[in-house]
Design a protein around this ligand. Sequence first.
Ligand code: SAM
Ligand code: SF4
Length: 335
Amino acid sequence: MKKQTPILTDSFGREHTYLRISLIERCNLRCTYCMPEEGVQLSPRSHLMTYEEIYTIAKLFVDHGVTKIRLTGGEPLIRKDIPIILEKLASLPVELTMTTNAVIIDQFVEVFKQYGISSLNVSLDSLDPAKFKEVTRRDEFERVYRNILLLVKEGFIVKINAVLMKGFNENEIVDFIELTKDLPVSVRFIEFMPFDGNKWDMKKMVSYAEVMQEVENAFPAESIVRLQDAPNDTSKNYKIQSYQGSFAVISSVTNPFCDSCNRLRLTANGRLKNCLFSSSESDLLSKLRKGEPIEPIIQKAVAAKFAVRGGMDTLEKLKRPDLHSQNRSMIRIGG
Ligand code: SAM
Ligand code: SF4
């Protein structure tokens, strides 16, 4: 295994081995919790990383100890040069994976197999087509659901991400878990998080504790099995005895997992974010284009990482709109 070199170790001793790269700021859905209805101000195309630049920056991170890269967005699959990006990144000694809304994923099954991508995270917030349309502002439930079944049939490891919101889909927790009875997928319930323009309100969020209460009301205690979480896992994993799949909760709001954080994020316009919640960014792409070394900027950005949620270490701070509105919309960070 490659030795971690100090530039990716922060002042709390956390080693960063996982890089999430956003490929695009655009999307073929319009999820209400991710982007404002009026859309977001997009970076000019020339400000976005080309596939060569993505490869150059990714390779540098891999040389310094990154072992896992997740591609995200916006919707990564709508980038026209996605096959070549996958080909280039697959040549690096990393686990390569993706988070996608799966609307057009059926066109990429063979490409994924060719480049060794075996695990995918797919977003699906409701099992009800009308509610899916309400939250994504697009009528694509059937395609997404069919594509999830296709991925499973083709042998991919599939994790389904569902952002829970009160009065919207918290009544579907049990339905989602029932999906895992015959389908070997992991459903991950995500606490609704605040970002610029997503009208976040703590009252809309369904917490880890509330999810587990719902599970305990619906299933006998002895059938709820707590699974071992993987190292650096952001989710608390469970399964219902004898069900093929599992479920988990990602509790960034009520139970942050910052102690073991190993993640860094690169935005589509080449800025490094040392935390999902951080309002500061470091411009790697401009330096790279000027032919200047980017390692010193990376090192400085990693060293400056806060202990907890980009400095919003209490729920009181997280609730303050003036703090989280300094951050980008999720669609421009890359979740
Ligand atoms: N378009 C792809 C997708 O939806 O899977 C990838 C990008 S999307 C920004 C990545 C993940 O971020 C999705 O699973 C989405 O549900 C999650 N996400 C977006 N906004 C969020 C929010 N406000 N709170 C929690 N999760 C959020
Ligand atoms: Fe698009 Fe994903 Fe954001 Fe939904 S969550 S708008 S699918 S980027």
